[in-house]
Unconditional design. Sequence first.
Length: 286
Amino acid sequence: MERRILGSTGAELSIVGFGGVTVMKTTQAEADYMVAEAIGDGVNYFDVAPSYGSEQETEKRFGGALEGKRDSVFLACKTGKRTRKEAEEELYRSLKHLRTDHFDLYQLHAITTIEEMETVFGAGGAMELFIEAKEKGLVKNLGFSAHSVEAAFYAMERYDFASALFPINFVTFYQGNFGPQIIARAQDRGVGRLALKAMARTNWKPDVTRNYPHCWYEPISDPYWAELALRFTLSQPITAAVPPGDPSLTRMAIEFGKRFTPITSEEVAELQEYAKSLQPIFAAAV
């Protein structure tokens, strides 16, 4: 699988990553198999968070599955905590569960409002812990994942983050005006770009059977449209994309990644037409 360098980190990541939600509610043996299979297919970018599953089960599964393989992968973790004390507790717990002495990337998870970012950067905020953890070598690079344009802009104004992880999806692009402006700002500031929700279709409808319980949105499961959607995302100026947290969709995305070719203008027009009937799962406030 193709690899691309993440911003200024020098790290080369597989263009399709493996998200922790994929091994949620699996046995350790199942998690071991899926992780080994992904590595065999060329995946070296793994992303997890303690909030995936009850009692940090996903981190524990990842820790077991990556044992003996840790040096060959780029391991990213996150914290949803906004104060120094809570973030510190979570960081050390995550390191223990994942059986590692460091993370290649540690991220503020799902930043959304200016108010929470003021807490993060204020006295006793999580950024105190982030900076200290990097100085101690517990984390190599610092980043964030964003659910709003405003929070992403605020974060990039306040600190030189190595990466930004955020939704880059054809529906949010063309129907929600969400994504292009974050890409542009991150490029201007030399921040590496990582993508979420590439294979998202729309929000779940009340009368639709949720065949993918790990996905809070309705994913694209049709192979034709799913591959176009992922190729659209990977054709943007980004390093990698993390697919939906479902084993079958993750495997599908990895296969797409192995044969990736840039999307054509005709295919983009096809996606734009398809997007017109869909509600974006994220939209810019203005």
